[in-house]
Design a binder for this molecule. Structure first.
Ligand code: ZN
Length: 312
């Protein structure tokens, strides 16, 4: 972890799914959009040279390659995103949709509202356990694999535990609150800078969180950013409402994420890192590491860690 700290862990910013615990994110190396950006105010930058420049803006123009192994590996009933924002979120957080091992991923990339999320969460078999003092809920196969990983770790004198009470299942409302905590300060700031009119800001405020997502991402493609530090995309700061892997109950934020042996044990039990900007975040994929490429996931190495992301 030393290298991460040297490079500059974004202390005040959490990411994709782990926002509520803040603190351990890295730049997302997948995007090739690179523009000059001010360093995060909270970054400790001692030796940034070895790391890629943080990609401040999402690439909304990229299309998804049809017929790829990843697309072929998706569940039949999955509603493919038809808009730029949905495609972006599929690229960033989509590994969970090819989960195997009895996992049931959502049937859409972005849930539209609380009722949508609740209906899905009630449709899958879940398991509740108290782990490391926190009550967490995961899909049954994911919890079984976690239990196996915890047992394996214990035999080596290690522990695997959640970072907090919201490290596994989350509600839609939770994702909305965090989204608003980035959007509202951003709107005020950009209005004050004359980059957005007051009328436009109010129009965006009046939209549902679901409808706000494409609007905010569109603004960001023009350099009007909504991450907490206002210098990069909001998607590297919080998961847009309805898109967090935690809603699927197939994700867990792990307290011991800095321990390479813990990461290896989790991987051996089907839990992998799939969001390159989010270090404590693990996703249950339910297969062996050697099978991930067959699901259309490609590995991305970053500072000694391996992330598996959709190859689309
Ligand atoms: Zn997470």
């Amino acid at each position: 972890m030393g290298r991460f700290r040297l490079f500059g862990v974004i202390v005040a910013v959490a990411s994709a799914g782990c926002w509520s615990m803040a603190s351990n994110t890295i730049s997302n190396s997948k995007s090739n959009a690179v523009t000059e950006t001010k360093p995060d105010r909270t970054i400790e930058t001692k030796s940034p040279a070895a790391e890629p420049t943080p990609p401040p803006r999402p690439d909304l123009s990229r299309q998804i390659v049809e017929g790829s192994t990843f697309i072929k590996s998706l569940p039949q009933g999955l509603a493919m995103p038809k808009d730029d924002a949905g495609r972006l979120l599929m690229r960033e957080y989509g590994a969970v949709f090819v989960a195997r091992g009895g996992a049931v991923p959502p049937s859409k990339v972005v849930f539209e509202n609380e009722a949508d999320v609740t209906a899905y969460q009630r449709s899958v078999k879940t398991s509740v356990e108290t782990v490391g003092g926190f009550r967490i809920e995961l899909q049954e196969p994911a919890m079984a694999a976690l239990r196996a990983a915890i047992a394996a770790a214990s035999r080596e004198g290690l522990s695997i535990s959640p970072r907090g009470s919201d490290s596994a299942k989350r509600s839609y409302g939770h994702t909305v609150d965090l989204w608003a905590s980035r959007v509202e300060p951003g709107l005020k700031y950009w209005v004050s800078k004359g980059r957005i009119t007051n009328a436009d800001a109010n129009r965006i405020r009046s939209l549902s969180p679901f409808a706000q997502v494409p609007e905010i991402l569109k603004l960001e493609s023009d350099g009007v950013f909504f991450a907490k530090t206002l210098d990069k995309s909001i998607i590297y700061s919080v998961a847009p409402p309805g898109s967090s892997q935690h809603l699927s109950m197939l994700a867990l934020d792990v307290k011991e994420f800095e321990n390479a042996r813990v990461r290896a044990i989790l991987a051996a039990n089907g839990w992998f890192q799939t969001v390159t900007s989010d270090l404590p975040h693990f996703t249950y994929l339910g297969v062996k590491e050697s099978e991930l490429s067959g699901l259309g996931l490609r590995s991305v190495s970053n500072s000694g860690r391996t992330f598996y992301v959709p190859d689309i």
